[in-house]
Structure formats: C-alpha cells, structure tokens
Design a protein around this ligand. Structure first.
Ligand code: BDP
Length: 724
C-alpha cells in the first residue's frame, strides 16, 4: 500500500515536472500571457475592441491564426472582428492594396522604405477616427507585423503613439541545419534532428509547425534541411517527397526550403561515371534534377554546397574550379529562380600555407565570375567558429560577388548546449568590425546587407542549434542565440543589448528586477567563455574530433592544421601564431589600415594578440603584466565570471518558477566545473613551456596534466562522421 502510494506520488511528481518543463520552455519566446500591468492592460483592451483583418492566402491565414491565439492570451479574451475599416477605434490589418485608398495615401511616404517583407505599425487619426494600422506591401509583411505587434504587447510596450516602420535589411535570413538522414545532427547538442524522415511525408509532427512559427516570428525565411557534409540520397524521389511535405508546412510561414547538394550525386544516385561540371551529361542531370524538384516544390530555394572541403567531393576533383562547379548548379536553378549558396570554407591538405589564408586565396581571384544567382557563404572568421576570431578577410574583398555571412548558432566551440553563452554579442562584434575596404566605416554589416557594394542579393545563415529536446536548444538560454540570430539577420545593426532585453522579456519576465541583472549576465557571458577557453587570441586548442574540452597538447593528427599545436605554437620562447609579414603574412589579406593595426603588437586590440603574433612569455601586456601572467589571469577571470553568473542567477530566483531556476542552475554548475577544467588543463600544459609559476590570484590546479591528457570522450555528442 505504502509503496503504491509512493509510486503514485512519484509519477505525479515526475509527470508534473515534465509538464512544467514542456510548458515553460517549449513555447520559446512566444509564450504569451495576460498583461499584468493594469494601465497597459486597459490600453490594450481599448485598442483591440475591434479588429479588421484582410482575408487571403495561406500566409494571411497564418497571420490571422497567430493574431487570434496571441491576443486571446494577452487580453484574456477572444478579440472581436469587424468587416469594415471605418468604424471607430479599430485595428486595421491589411495590405496596402486593400487599405481604404485615402488611408493608404496618408501613409504614403512610409511605404517607400518597406520593400517586400517590411511593415508599418502606426496609430493615426483619420477621418475623425483614432485607428491602429498594420499594413505592408505583401502578405509576408503582414505576418511579420502581426508577430512584432504581439511581441510589443507581450513585452508591455504602449502602442498609444506607435509609429514603427520596419523592413529586413537582408534578403535571405536562413538557418542551416547540419542534420543527417539518420537523424543525428553534426555538431548538434539538443537531441536528434527534428526531421522524422521515416514518418514523412504522411506524418506531420506538430513540431514542424511550431518550428516554422518560431522562425517566422523573428523573420527567418529560409532553411536548409540537411548537413553540408551531404548525402546524395536526399535528392532521390523517395526523399524529395518528404522534403515536399516539409516545404508545404513551412510555406504558410513564408519559409523556403533549401537542400545541400552533394557534388558527386550524379554518380552516386544518377549512375553517371563522372561529376565533372563541364561534362554535358552531368549538366543535363542537374538540370533535370532541378526541374524534378521544382515540379514538387515550386518555391524551392536552391542548393547549399560544401565542395572540396574536408574531404567532400567538388569540381577540383576534375581539375575544375569552384566557379565551374557553382555556375553549373546556378544554370540548373536559374530558370526556376533558385540560388546556389557556395561555401567558402575550404582549406586543403595539399596546401602548406596558413589555413587562415586559404579561403581568401582561393576565392578572391574569382570575384565577378560567379553567375548572379550564386552567393558565396563565408564563415565569420578565417578559421572555424572559434570563441573569438578577427573578421574574415574576404568581407569587403569581393565587391562583385554577393557574400553571405555564416554564423554558427550551435556551440561547437563554445561549450555545446551546456554553457550559457549569449552569442549575439559575438555576432555583433563581427558585424561591427570595420573592413576599411571603402574607407573608414566599411563595416562587415554593410558588406552583408549589400550596401557597401550595392549587392542585389544578400544573406545571412546560422548553423542551427535546434534538435528534438523539449526545449529545442538543449540549454534554455541557447534559445536566445536562435532568437538573436534571427533578429540580426533581419537587421544587422541591432544592438545585442536590445536583443537580450527583448528575448528576456518575451521568454521569462518583464520585471526589471529580473531583466536587468540577467541582461548584464548575458552580455558578459561571451567574454567569460573566451577567457576560460581561448584568451588573448588563442584559438582551436580544443580536443580532437568532438571539440569537447581542452586539448592544446594534441599534435599527432595526420593533417597539420587539425592539431591544436599548429595554432598556438607554444615553445620555450613564447606562444602565438605569427601572421604578420615575418610569419604567414595573413594580415596582408586585410585592407592596409587594418593590416597596419594587426601587424603591430602594441596597436592591436589584445583580444587578437596571439592570433597574429608569436610573443615571448615575458612580453609586457598593456596593463604591465607579462604575457604568461596575463594568460593565467585571463583563465582565472573566466572562472570568476562564471561564479558571478551563478551569483546573479541565485539573486533572481524569486522572479521565475522553481523549474526554470533549477534547470539553469544545474547547467551553470557544469559550466563552472568545465571552466576550471579549461583553466587548469591549459595552464598546466603551457607551463611546460613557460616554466613559470602561476601568478597570485590564480588558483592552483588540483589535478595533473597527465590526468587531463588521459580524458577521452568517445561518445561526446555531435561528433562528425569518421572521415577524419
Ligand atoms: C567545422 C565542423 C565540421 C563541419 C565544418 C564545416 O567541425 O563538423 O563540417 O566545420 O563547416 O566547424 O563544413
């Protein structure tokens, strides 16, 4: 009897826990709730007495559905709809062409800046009536406007004098999933792939719809479903039917589907003997493959391609160039208005030159030779999504080629889904970097939004951090990285601080006692991870393959540039990679103004110091510390910052639910443990070269270097296929 009772209690307790977690984290930033502020609640009630909303296609139907569901929760009541635009105190939601003509004229100038996806949200007096207008040129603008309006209500902002004209500054706002057909996710730390290929096309998991909603709410309009290390099977009819089903789910949310194209697909699934891009049969194969896809998916976005990179096949296998390969696919897609996104992440085992230089050397000479429906996708930095990298020298260096940004939202090198790291801070740093390509102020943001060199096609991609975990992203705060990526793809000039504020309010609470300290914690979290993993410009000192934890000692891998020792170059004399003219001269790939700063260890911002310079252990930093002491102090600072994050989180406990509190608290404990691991392992290892004591204030390691070296993680998540 007693046992049964305990069991029952246990079941109740545990299912309740699951339920809370599902409810609290599953909704992401769309968990609308009744407005608590009484004044605003009154304002909203009054404002939304009557709503006129245009009927139309499936995107407008989505907008209506979202509006009703959102308002019902925020107002606590079902909203009332009217069929006329000119009753008193109405919210009017309609495209420009369906607005009353004189009302549209009144808003005239606002429409100029709107483009295809923008919207206007405005309170205005018209014909003696106080109206709230949400309008756009096209359906999708209306959907984006509805989501933004709901966000404003949810984050308790008054609409009484609203005049918001907003339009995305970038065309393709895209997630890149690195999802395999067996549902594992390369570099995925939030469970398995959302795409249940086995049950598609018949079974539509409701999560597909929730995923699309979340993306649309922040303006994401394109997704590539499959890993860049591609499997040709995705292009076979059996899989295309499944892709079609997903495309049908995403279309009402304004999202286009892309696929990764394996360059050797004509051989693997087409029975050809070659994949040579200049071979007529190969070209015909791709042309008809494109036709087959567009018959199923008329708005298919196109192909994302990783070629001749890390063992992937590509045009160079046939002595052809990246341009030959990209243009062949571009020709196949052109009649259907599709795009090729060709990745610039290339470095070769046959090229002894500094890996950081290889993408620039390979691609910049091709500027102006790609077809106009090709975008070249460039990672934010020249190596590989490190906690900090200088901006990629290709930005601004290809004035005639659309360059698309590739950020990584999944935290391959930033603590997986265990560490709380707010990435919009990193994204912002890159976007704000000045390339000086057209003089001062030639920021990366201006390259990406096309304004620096008047690009017709623009894009920003983020490698998704989404899986089938209940909370989508593994760490509840990693949701902020998905959200923040979307917001910056919409407007690369937004501040990471404002985005943090928006996300916290929409996700957790509007209470400033919660928002302010946690916002400060988010903004600091990125520097913390840099400090405890890769301070002062160190990079790629991660353990092999899985990239979980430190491995600065790894030196025996077959390709030199896969070894951390290649990157830090620590020896008895000092540490760092000389990329100045006395070394690899990678700095020459930057504009002269930038190169001059990077070349000078006294002028360079110290966060990039060891990226560009090999310096003696007793080199004097700007603060007077020796380099050795400075490195050690930074590692310690990172650990201290995580302790600070824990203190902040403890202090906001009263403002959130017990489950929300505990989940993050437990993760922060792991983060602290791992920050200490990084500090101790790296300092013990570098100490074998510096042969110096740890400075005061830096905690002594409690384990030996041998212990850290002995750690092995054969089952770390997100590992890539075993071709390395
Ligand atoms: C690296 C990852 C690897 C990816 C590769 C890429 O370790 O899994 O395949 O980038 O972007 O960051 O192609």
């Amino acid at each position: 009897m007693a046992i049964r009772k305990i069991l029952l209690l246990y079941i109740l307790f545990s299912s309740n826990l699951v339920l809370c977690q599902t409810l609290e984290n599953y909704d992401l930033w769309l968990g609308y709730s009744k407005t608590e502020n009484p004044e605003l609640s009154r304002e909203y009630q009054e404002l939304f007495q009557f709503i006129y909303i245009e009927n139309g296609n499936e995107i407008l139907a989505t907008a209506q559905k979202e509006l009703i569901a959102g308002l019902e929760k925020i107002l606590g009541d079902k909203p009332e709809f009217t069929t006329v635009q000119n009753s008193k105190n109405t919210v009017i939601i309609a495209k420009r062409e369906n607005l009353d003509r004189s009302l549209a004229e009144k808003l005239g100038t606002d429409f100029n800046a709107l483009g295809k996806d923008g919207f206007i949200l405005k309170r205005t007096l018209w014909d003696g009536k106080q109206l709230t207008i949400l309008t756009a040129n096209e359906d999708l603008g209306i959907l984006y406007g509805v989501f933004r309006m709901l966000h404003l209500l949810q984050t308790e902002q008054s609409l009484s004098e609203i005049h918001l004209v907003d339009a995305p500054k970038i065309d393709l706002r895209m997630l890149n999933h690195w999802d395999n057909l067996d549902r594992t996710v390369e570099r995925g730390y939030a469970g398995f792939s959302l795409w249940n290929w086995q049950k598609l096309p018949e079974y539509i998991d409701p999560r597909y719809i929730d995923y699309a909603r979340a993306n649309a709410s922040i303006g994401i309009n394109a997704v590539s479903l499959t890993n860049v290390n591609a499997n040709a099977l995705i292009l076979t009819p059996m899989y295309l039917e499944k892709v079609e089903a997903l495309a049908n789910v995403f279309r009402p949310y304004g999202i286009k589907v892309f696929l990764t194209a394996r360059f050797s697909a004509p051989m693997e699934i087409g029975g050809l003997e070659t994949a040579d891009p200049l071979n007529q049969e190969v070209q015909n194969w791709w042309n008809s493959k494109a036709g087959e896809i567009y018959d199923r998916i008329p708005d298919f976005g196109g192909f994302l391609v990783k070629a001749n990179s890390e063992g992937q096949p590509g045009p160079q296998n046939y002595d052809r160039t990246h341009v030959d390969g990209a243009n062949m696919l571009a020709k196949a897609l052109k009649p259907h208005n599709g795009n090729v996104i060709w990745r610039a992440f290339v470095y070769s085992e046959h090229d002894a030159d500094d890996r950081a230089k290889q993408a620039y050397s390979e691609f910049v000479p091709y500027d102006g030779t790609f077809m106009e429906n090709v975008l070249v996708q460039v990672k934010n930095g020249p190596i590989d999504f490190q906690p900090r990298e200088p901006f990629h020298p290709m930005f601004g260096a290809m004035p005639k080629t659309p360059l698309m940004m590739e950020f990584q939202i999944t935290q391959e090198y930033l603590g997986f889904s265990t560490h709380l790291v707010y990435l919009p801070k990193l994204f912002e740093e890159v976007l704000d970097s000045d390339t000086y390509r057209e003089g001062k102020g030639s920021t990366v943001a201006k390259v990406i939004d096309g304004s620096l060199h008047q690009k017709k096609l623009t894009g920003m991609a983020g490698v998704a951090n989404i899986g089938n975990d209940l909370n989508w992203t593994g760490h509840p705060f990693a949701q902020a990285n998905w959200y923040g990526f979307g917001r910056l793809a919409w407007d690369p000039y937004l501040s990471s601080e404002d985005i943090a504020d928006e996300w916290l309010r929409a996700t957790y609470s509007n209470d400033p006692k919660f928002v302010e300290p946690v916002r400060a914690m988010l903004l600091m979290s990125r520097e913390a991870v840099v400090n405890y993993m890769n301070p002062l410009g160190l990079h790629h000192i991660f353990d092999t393959g899985h990239h979980y934890g430190p491995g600065p000692w790894v030196s025996e891998l077959s390709r030199p540039e896969w070894n951390p020792t290649y990157y830090h170059r620590a020896n008895d004399k000092g540490i760092g990679f000389d990329r100045t003219p006395s070394g690899s001269n990678a700095t020459a790939q930057y504009a002269p103004e930038v190169a001059k700063i990077f070349n000078n260890p006294k002028a360079i911002p110290e966060e990039y110091l060891l990226w560009f310079h090999h310096l003696p252990w007793d080199y004097k930093l700007k603060n007077g510390q020796t380099l050795w002491n400075g490195i050690a102090v930074k590692y310690q600072e990172g650990v201290d910052q995580v302790e600070g994050m824990i203190a902040t989180w403890e202090s906001v406990k009263p403002y959130i639910s017990e489950e929300q509190f505990r989940e993050v608290r437990m993760l922060l404990d792991i983060q602290l443990k791992e920050a200490k691991w990084w500090r101790d392992a790296c300092l013990l290892y570098f100490q074998t070269f510096s042969k110096k004591e740890l400075p005061d204030g830096v905690e002594k390691p409690t384990k030996t270097l041998e212990y850290f070296k002995s750690l092995k993680f054969p089952f770390a998540p997100g590992i890539r296929p075993r071709w390395d």
